[in-house]
Design a protein around this ligand. Sequence first.
Ligand SMILES: [Zn+2]
Length: 158
Amino acid sequence: MSTATTPSPVRQLTPLSELRVLSVKQPWAWQIFHDGKDIENRLLPIGNYRGPVAIFAPAHPDVAALRQLPSSIRRERRFEVGAVIGVANLVDSHDASWCGADEYGNALRMCSPWALRGQQHLVLTDPIALREPVEARGRRGLWRVGPGLLGRILEQLG
Ligand SMILES: [Zn+2]
């Protein structure tokens, strides 16, 4: 069960040189680092990669989700876009029908308050927000980090 995973430092899961990038729209990306969001919901499976992921916030936020945040948070916080804003461990990915199912396959509950029914749950642990967001160009899926971007991320994790 993914929620029982013992937290471990990002660098120890797999080498940070293997870092992949996961695009997560704001404000969901911010919530991974500042609001305890431990599940990223996806319609499609993400593949077999497990290990450190840089969280990239694409240029276009989820405007409806932003509007649902308390206005005090919207005023006081910066929701960086077009940048890598932090690093976390991707430790598991499973279908919603699995995470809360009993032995007969009946869905009982979700693995996290952030998990949505009918979606793939990407389980994220050990989030570390970067002090300075690193500008990047987004891509789809889990993409590999080029050496320049990797260096700018790693120098903030040292
Ligand atoms: Zn789940």
